[in-house]
Write a protein that binds this ligand. Structure first.
Ligand code: SF4
Length: 351
């Protein structure tokens, strides 16, 4: 059994990263952000495949506008990927990002980074400070492997201090390299130096066939050592593949099981008003597509059922042609019974 390193918890909307939360699987959309419908379709495919947190590139003002529409339409906690532009960061935060990924090294002015921190703080969002080997200052071809790791961690430390000076601690850290061994070394150093959650990944890992083994070696090694609170496998092509590889890596180190949903079904009694077994089978089919540690209850009556299912995240029950949906013991919808399964799906999508 792997003992995960204890960290602070970063909160990105509904997603918690670090401490004892399950390792969060991330991926990125790979279509134009401005093609909102296409982007949303890709996000839906990713979440259905088990991706917890989707990151979206927002290189232009048109992209941050589209990002805000995507947030609104999906209702999901989404991450905006920022490079170079403080304006894009602020627009994305104001547009509803739950988290942004920032490489402060490519934001030239310190005041601009501080502006982004202030804005993120005001909106209560998380920031990942991402340092890539390719973008670190002072890096020359002749700088040896150990020194490169030192430089990455040193640079990260400078940024962490800048955020902490402004009392911003809703942080996730990452240091990435395209080199497997350096990725392991650098993340070990970060884990030793800071108490924040760590995002692990290998940059530019390649085509799926070439990327799987290096990613599994780097990320599997770190996870086995208890390092890594959120994971992104980078491969060229369909991002769903990234999610599938990430799941396999987590599974192989025993860190995936905790993400399965739990189905609770009332044993039924004389108060039962519906065919519980039939409804439970339908719910079980829905849960097969879910990769979240969510507790779903199917109850047989609307009088005692909700109370008995109070510790479930979502509960369903039906009576006299009506479907009832509960969240954490509170009724949130009464709908025609035939719409109950779709309503449950919608709830779980937004979970
Ligand atoms: S939920 Fe209702 S039907 Fe099911 S066991 Fe409890 S009281 Fe009986």
């Amino acid at each position: 059994m792997i003992e995960r390193r204890k960290t602070t918890t970063a909160v990105a909307g509904t997603i918690h990263i670090g401490f004892d939360h399950p390792v969060v699987i991330q991926s990125m959309t790979k279509v134009l952000t401005t093609d909102v419908d296409l982007c949303i379709r890709q996000i839906r495919r990713l979440t259905k495949a088990g991706c917890d947190l989707v990151r979206i590139a927002v290189p232009t003002r048109a992209d941050t506008r589209a990002f805000a529409r995507i947030v609104q339409r999906t209702g999901l906690s989404l991450v905006a990927d920022i490079h170079f532009s403080p304006e894009r960061a602020i627009e994305a935060i104001e547009g509803g990002a739950a988290k942004i990924r920032l490489n402060p090294g490519n934001i030239k002015k310190k005041q601009d980074i501080e502006r982004i921190i202030d804005c993120a703080k005001m909106h209560g969002i998380a920031i990942r400070i991402g340092v890539n080997e390719a973008s670190i200052r002072d890096l020359r071809d002749d700088v040896g492997q150990d020194r490169r790791v030192d430089l990455m961690v040193q640079e990260l430390g400078g940024y962490v201090a800048m955020f902490e000076q402004k009392s911003f601690t809703n942080l996730v850290l990452s240091v990435k390299s395209a080199d497997t061994v350096r990725t392991i070394e650098a993340n070990r150093a970060v884990a030793g130096a800071f108490g924040y959650p760590i995002h692990i990944g290998l940059t530019h890992a390649g085509l799926p066939d070439d990327a799987t083994v290096p990613s599994a070696v780097a990320l599997g090694t770190l996870l086995a050592e208890g390092i890594g609170d959120t994971i992104r496998v980078s491969v060229a092509g369909d991002p769903v593949k990234e999610v599938q590889i990430a799941q396999q890596i987590l599974q192989s180190v025993g860190l995936y099981e905790s993400r399965s949903p739990t189905l609770i079904v009332c044993p039924t009694c004389g108060r039962c008003q519906i065919d519980v077994v039939k409804l439970a089978r339908q719910v079980r089919r829905v849960l097969k597509e879910i990769h979240k540690p969510v507790r779903v209850a199917v109850m047989g009556c609307v009088v005692n059922g909700p109370g008995e299912a109070a510790d479930a995240d979502v509960a369903v029950c039906a009576a006299k042609g009506k479907g009832f949906l509960y969240r954490n013991g509170k009724k949130i919808a009464v709908i025609p019974e035939e719409q109950l399964i779709q309503a449950l799906r919608n709830q779980l999508d937004a979970f």
